[in-house]
Design a protein around this ligand. Sequence first.
Ligand code: GDP
Length: 295
Amino acid sequence: MAFEGLSDKLSNAFKKLKNKGKLTESDVKEAMREVRLALLEADVNFKVAKNFTNKVTERAIGQDVMESLTPAQMVVKIVNEELTALMGGEEEKIKFASKPPTVIMMCGLQGSGKTTHTAKLAKMLKSQGRRPLLVACDIYRPAAIDQLKVVGAKAGAPVFEMGKKNPVKIAKEAIKHAKDYGNDVVILDTAGRLHIDEELMEELKNIKKEVNPDEILLVIDSMTGQDAVNVAKSFNDLLEITGVILTKLDGDTRGGAALSVKEVTGKPIKFCGTGEKLEDLEVFHPDRMASRILG
Ligand code: GDP
């Protein structure tokens, strides 16, 4: 289960506090040292972990907390609030264009779950009464177009493809097609690579420049821990994404990416993937995730 190690370690740290009754400053500092180690072991970015525990410590050694009847519980409450804030506070919704179609550009490294999540998103949007069109802009991986057709059919969403044409042209034609056929959302499944390279980023930048997407969603694999966050930072620096889809949260991910992405990139996690099936997509709620981590 995701976050298991982190949840266990945090709950141990808090148990020690709860056994103490009245707290001293050094009790709180010791507990925060444990929290910081737990975060680091869960692959949370070093700076993020440090800032986080500093913030909690500052609030927790305030008079109100130390003099309350249940100081340990108040510390846990502060940790919960700060974890929620760390992950972005409020849930972040998709921004739809005032004039359809809304264009959503999906990007990410190969294997992150981009194609699967293109279809998951289509299925979710369909259930909200929208009419998404999926667009095969990954012209390099031979099976990519077929894969999109298969998952598109499962989601009940049409797939637009032009074979191996220039992805910018495909995207533009798809938007025209969507206007003609009444599709109010266009989801572009762009190419992924094993690593970020110049050619890929150039292509993505070109698509962005020419079609001006309403959303650029980066798909990252939570199982890759710190790497996922580094990938998010690079994509954001080069492309200015609008949000992240964090996938494979059903695996035994340690949690670092969920906790670090917003702070490191400034961009929110909008959705998370929790399985291979198309219905395994959830809107990312920072408060629920914090509660889940705190067990
Ligand atoms: P792409 O190369 O980025 O388009 O990645 P794919 O969409 O092909 O996904 C790669 C693999 O990850 C596939 O086997 C998917 O079934 C799997 N996958 C995608 N999302 C999830 C998820 O949220 N949870 C799990 N367990 N597997 C996922």
